[in-house]
Design a protein around this ligand. Structure first.
Ligand SMILES: *Cc1c(COP(=O)(O)O)cnc(C)c1O
Length: 494
């Protein structure tokens, strides 16, 4: 039975379903399993399984208070025809690496992998724990989480979802996807500020006890769909295991052969999931953490100093424009030897001075990781050269990872077989992709560009883009970053 503790050492152990409902621990920490369970099936057995079957094997040990029937129901409801391919997460070989395409769900970005199951895990948790309140999902997004969470929770009984996004910090298609969201339990708000402002605002509301009381008095309670929720992290472990199993099945690797993974990183959730997979026993050698010009993590892996005091850069990979990678707290806790006090001290330093330094002991526990970054020019060049070499078009986030992988190979000579997490469809970032391919056209709108990209790549425009071409705008609220709490109260009528 896996129980969950706060990374800041406070509070009681909770079950998986309670951790999913709460989102964040009461002392402001993140929930962390008391141990990382081992894979229950051999790699060979896993290689014969479907995505849904692998999902069950990987998630079950983490979600040990869910019955077999409950978890299987959640999985069946999540990984179905919402995905445009039966394999859910295809692997595509291009130019020396395997691209794990995590963008075949409703909103064509990897957040769908977890957010298509989270609402089911959460409503199951509501029932299991005899909760009478309505759940209010409060989310800050750098672009992709918002839409994926809205799509996941829209129309789900007993829930409301409120999404805050940086008004000028997401791509036009990302914004259009969100502001056209249907469902009378959905609410989308742009803020004058960047993603960190949105995330801090949300964290502040979560930590506000008076607010929580007001909510409870009115039959509501908050939960989080952000990647700090353990219900986001656990489903993300699945596709690393699945990718390995597929490589094994196809004879690309031998059983037990180690692979590297490269992950374009922002909030550190996706790469942490890969690290969990490794700790479950999946043969992963290096975890290569790819950053864009907001290279806090690159600096951290190099120096052991995490320092967010720097200019925030708006890049062509906006979902990685993040200076505070929330999920890194889980890694810090782990490398500190599951020491909540030590972690708390560092997180306090982060919130007071924007920086902290880990000990050399802790740094030694980071050997599995390798950090690098790609500049804007390098990212664009990578999109162009991959297209020229093999006709495969990738989005800017994936391109950051691809570029970092090339740098890694050049620096280390390591030729271990490598999986690159491909986190978004190029159609989600059409303008940047077309510009990188030398087809810049300032006068065309994103939909005209999407048509042109389809002509170039031979890949059909996904429904996620087609569907919003002419959709009406349903959300137009914009607020200042210090007005977020008021906006929430007004929406809920409390
Ligand atoms: C969210 C996101 C990332 C970053 O993932 P983290 O788990 O936050 O590190 C990378 N690429 C895309 C397209 C994303 O949406």
């Amino acid at each position: 039975m896996v129980k969950y503790f706060s990374t800041r050492g406070g509070g009681e152990a909770v079950s998986a379903s309670e951790a999913i409902l709460k989102g964040l621990a009461e002392d402001g920490g993140l929930f962390f399993p008391d141990h990382i369970p081992a894979l229950t099936k051999s790699l060979k057995e896993l290689s014969e399984m479907t995505y849904q079957e692998v999902a069950y094997e990987v998630m079950q040990p983490f979600l040990s208070d869910y019955t077999e029937e409950e978890l299987k129901n959640c999985i069946q409801n999540a990984y179905d025809s919402k995905f445009d391919t039966e394999v859910i997460a295809p692997l595509v070989y291009a130019d020396g690496a395997y691209y794990l395409e995590l963008f075949h769900g409703t909103t064509i970005a990897f957040k769908d992998m977890a957010l298509s199951i989270l609402p089911h895990l959460m409503t199951t948790a509501v029932n299991k724990n005899h909760i009478k309140n309505d759940i209010v999902i409060l989310t800050a997004t750098s672009g992709d989480t918002g839409k994926a969470a809205l799509a996941g929770f829209a129309g789900v009984k007993g829930t409301k979802i409120i999404v805050f996004y940086p008004k000028n910090g997401v791509s036009p298609i990302q914004e259009k996807q969100m502001v056209t969201q249907k469902g009378d339990n959905t609410f989308v708000v742009g803020i004058h500020g960047n993603f960190d402002d949105a995330q801090n605002g949300v964290k502040k509301i979560f930590g506000d006890r008076e607010f929580a009381k007001l909510m409870a008095d009115n039959g509501y309670q908050f939960s989080s769909a952000n990647s700090i929720n353990i219900g986001r992290l656990v489903p993300q472990v699945v596709y690393y295991v699945y990718a390995y199993a597929k490589l094994l099945k196809e004879g690309k690797i031998a059983e037990g052969e180690a692979i590297n993974v490269v992950v374009p990183t922002g909030n550190f959730g996706n790469i942490l999931a890969a690290y969990f997979a490794k700790n479950m026993g999946l043969p992963i050698a290096k975890l290569i953490c790819a950053s864009n010009e907001n290279k806090v993590l690159f600096d951290f892996f190099r120096t052991g100093i995490y320092d967010r005091n720097r200019d925030f850069v708006l890049t062509s990979s906006p979902s990685m424009d993040i200076l505070i990678s929330s999920n890194l707290e889980r890694l810090i806790y782990l490398i500190a030897g599951n020491d909540g006090e030590k972690n708390k001290e560092l997180m306090m330093q982060l919130s007071s001075s924007g920086k902290y330094e880990i000990s050399t002991n802790m740094q030694e526990n980071l050997q599995d990781f390798y950090g690098e970054y790609a500049s804007e020019a390098e990212t664009a060049k990578t999109i162009a050269s991959l297209y020229e070499n093999c006709g495969y078009v990738i989005d800017p986030h994936t391109a950051v990872a691809s570029c970092v992988y090339e740098k890694y190979k050049a620096q280390t000579g390591d030729d271990t077989k490598t999986v690159i997490a491909s986190t978004a469809s190029p159609y989600k970032f059409t303008r940047s992709v077309m510009a990188a391919l030398g087809k810049q056209d300032e006068s065309s709108d994103d939909f005209v560009l999407a048509d042109a990209l389809s002509g170039l790549s031979g890949v059909k425009i996904p429904e996620a883009v087609e569907g919003i071409r002419t959709a009406p705008i349903l959300h137009d609220t914009v607020c200042e970053k210090d007005e977020m709490a008021e906006v929430v109260k007004k929406y809920l009528g409390i």
